[in-house]
Design a protein around this ligand. Structure first.
Ligand code: GLU
Length: 424
């Protein structure tokens, strides 16, 4: 069956962990952490492995394995998505749950970090089987999640519809309504306005703040966006609406460029009709690789991981890179950008808008009071800009490495909470 990948940013983020973990060694030594602090950061608080049977359409039962890791919850209930993926491992879930702890701490929302999922290829399941897998997994972990314990959300190959099954199964077990147990729900069932495009808009708020630092003029810059899924398309659309010149976009089939700027609304229509952005009237077709090194001022990777690597980083002409995808930049490319003084806004900050609006959804559910879109956007903007300024102020005058500053800030916040609790 067709799966709509609501949280496409996470599609392939194995590198994210490698990058984060390899950065962490240096960060830990810069922060001069004690052995007890290191020990505390190195171990997840709780890890669950569950096995559960699902009656398949054939009438036979099949066993599935699921994981949930609550890495750290010193700053609040654990928060993180649920992914369905055939190659999911406990180790990968563990790394991702640590990264969620960092992401929530960077933007200073009162959550810890978690991640979970089921080892399954959802494309091989019927709609009914997908529902039964979701419900079976939730029954298996229901006693360990909750609005004040751990709050799941969408991630790779999970979407609004799956969040509703999670909600419904949990509520059946508890015998009461508990909207705040899961986020990423449809607006008609406790979801928040603006959640669907919050990752893109959150990134744009941060970008605009960064442009001020670099004295970049909104009407003088040209932008290239790699990826035309949920995050990339929304980013290109919002930038175009705000008057920016988006000169190149791409999807998995390839990209298009027009040096005077693309009419993004028309590109969206074209893609709807033809299935791709390619061959859009008035533009020239390019490859994804050409898009990354095109003559733009701002490059927004919003597709897969590892796109910017040692083979192409030296040819990148942009002065700024906004990581809306997870881990689009390898460690080698990261070093090259640093040497070339390209400002890189890291994923943990750039794409945190999604979990920030999840936080708003949780607040609205707990208060049973739903906000207008304006209020969601105003609060999202405030949180993203504050986080950017806090991360940026940690950068040295001449050597701004925002990924490192973001992780340092997050680790300090987590350890401070642990210390206040008496765990250190
Ligand atoms: N899966 C998303 C992320 O990795 C959203 C998590 C959430 O909203 O809790 O940021």
């Amino acid at each position: 069956m067709e799966i709509t990948n609501h949280e496409r940013i996470d599609t392939d983020d194995r590198n994210l962990c490698k990058l984060a973990i390899s950065e962490l060694g240096a960060i830990y030594s810069d922060l001069n952490l004690s052995q007890e602090e290191l020990d505390l950061l190195e171990m997840p608080k709780r890890s669950f492995i569950v096995h559960f049977p699902v009656r398949m359409d054939s009438g036979k039962n099949k066993m599935f394995v699921g994981y949930r890791v609550q890495y750290n919850d010193a700053r609040g209930p654990a928060k993180g998505g649920i992914r369905f993926h055939p190659e999911l491992t406990l180790d990968h879930v563990k790394d991702l749950s640590f990264l969620m702890s960092l992401k929530c701490a960077v933007v200073n929302i009162p959550f810890g970090g978690s991640k979970g999922g089921v080892v399954v290829n959802p494309k091989e399941l019927s709609r009914n089987e997908l529902e039964q897998v979701t419900r079976g997994y939730i029954r298996a972990i229901a006693n360990y999640i909750g609005p004040f314990i751990d709050i799941p959300a969408p991630d790779v190959y999970t979407d609004e519809k799956i969040m509703v099954w999670i909600l419904d199964e949990y509520e059946r077990m508890k015998g009461e309504h508990v909207f705040a147990v899961v986020t990423g729900k449809p607006v008609e069932l406790g979801g928040s306005k603006a959640r669907s495009y919050s990752t893109s808009l959150g990134g744009i708020y941060v970008l605009e703040e960064a442009m001020k630092r670099m004295d970049m003029d909104k009407f003088g810059v040209s932008i290239a966006v790699q990826g035309f899924g949920n995050v990339g398309e929304n980013a290109a659309r919002i930038l175009h609406d705000r008057g920016y010149k988006v000169m190149a976009v791409s999807d998995s089939k390839g990209g298009i460029i027009n040096k005077s700027g693309l009419d993004i609304k028309a590109v969206m229509e074209h893609k709807k009709g033809t299935g791709s952005v390619l061959d859009f009237e008035g533009s020239t077709n390019i490859t994804n690789e050409e898009l990354l090194i095109c003559d733009c001022d701002i490059l927004i990777p919003a597709a897969l991981s590892d796109q910017l690597n040692k083979d192409n980083a030296n040819d990148v002409k942009a002065k700024m890179v906004l990581e809306l995808a997870n881990a689009p930049t390898t460690k080698e490319a990261d070093d090259i950008f640093f040497d070339k003084k390209i400002m890189l806004i890291p994923d943990a900050l750039a794409n945190a808008g999604g979990v920030v609006v999840s936080y708003f959804e949780w607040i609205q559910n707990l208060n049973n009071d739903y906000w207008e879109e304006d209020k969601v956007l105003e609060r999202l903007k405030k949180i993203m800009i504050t986080a950017f300024n806090e991360v940026h102020s940690l950068c040295d005058e001449n050597s701004c490495r925002m990924r490192k500053s973001a992780y340092q800030l997050a680790i300090k916040r987590i350890l401070h909470a642990e210390r206040l609790r008496g765990n250190l």
